[in-house]
Design a protein around this ligand. Structure first.
Ligand code: ADP
Ligand code: MG
Length: 252
């Protein structure tokens, strides 16, 4: 579903991604681990069109998307969350989730031939958006947060709202950048459960960046360990956890 081939990204003299190659099959939960500065977020930025890589290619469902703009990548069904929250703090959970749906609005000023036609279609779409957002609220257990402002919510709940907003675009591929960062143990356990549900019930393929190896052990189909922008190990979670270079990187 996603193929990264020989991806290289430099910042001045620093090589953040160094000839990186890997593939993610449809339906997987694929985790990327590695110490701070390993190039994990840079990889997502290259996939999403925020950075234009110096070399290499990104392919999504056989189509090359390297160098496409972020909205073009999003329209193909790739959504992401950010390592640092990017929500509208003075809007409610519901409003933030509705914004995620924006991408799917078909009825604009130019669509529809007659006023009547246009109005009925817009009304139908509005109902569809609300239904979809209610589904996400159910799925992630966000009922209590529904009509509260983002700034009023605990950090762990804010992270869930961001996850919900990414889901609201109905992606087929979801990129999560350290979704559990800043969460307590219980919130982390819940999050893992929901990530499993998102894959199983919505059929979304997931690529998850996580600093902590323990977090990804139980849930990942495959794991990629990065350091200095290069692969140090790739395989099943237990293969990667036992790899001597991973052990060295994590245990010093
Ligand atoms: P990770 O997410 O694995 O912690 P990053 O991908 O954020 O790592 O960063 C990898 C390296 O690239 C780091 O050394 C970081 O300082 C550098 N880097 C990332 N983005 C930029 C940028 N926009 N400009 C300059 N250096 C950057
Ligand atoms: Mg990062």
């Amino acid at each position: 579903m996603l193929a990264v081939c020989g991806l290289t990204q430099r910042f001045g003299g620093l090589v953040a991604l160094d000839d990186l190659t890997f593939q993610v099959e449809e339906g997987m939960i694929y985790s990327i681990i590695g110490p701070n500065g390993a190039g994990k977020s840079t990889l997502f930025n290259c996939v999403c069109g925020i950075y234009r890589p110096d070399r290499g290619a990104v392919r999504f469902r056989e189509e090359e998307i390297t160098g496409r703009k972020p909205h073009q990548v999003a329209r193909r069904g790739i959504a992401r969350t950010f390592q640092n929250l990017e929500l509208f703090r003075h809007m409610t959970t519901m409003e933030n989730l509705m914004l995620g749906r924006h991408l799917h609005r078909r009825s604009g000023i130019w669509s529809g031939i007659t006023m009547f036609h246009r109005r009925s279609r817009a009304a139908r779409e509005e109902v569809e958006h609300r239904e979809r957002v209610e589904e996400i609220i159910d799925l992630l257990g966000l009922h209590a947060a529904r009509d509260r402002y983002i700034w009023q919510l605990p950090y762990g709940t804010q992270k869930l709202v961001e996850l919900g907003r990414a889901l609201a675009t109905r992606p087929s591929l979801l990129l999560l950048d350290e979704p559990a960062a800043g969460m307590n143990f219980e919130e982390r356990q819940d999050l893992l459960f929901w990530i499993g549900d998102i894959r199983d019930e919505l059929g979304v393929t997931i690529v998850m960046i996580e600093h902590n190896m323990q977090m990804v052990m139980g849930i990942s189909d495959r794991v990629l360990a990065l350091d200095f922008g290069r692969t140090i190990a790739e395989g099943t979670a237990s293969e990667v956890a036992a790899h001597p270079e991973v052990v060295r990187a994590y245990l010093g």
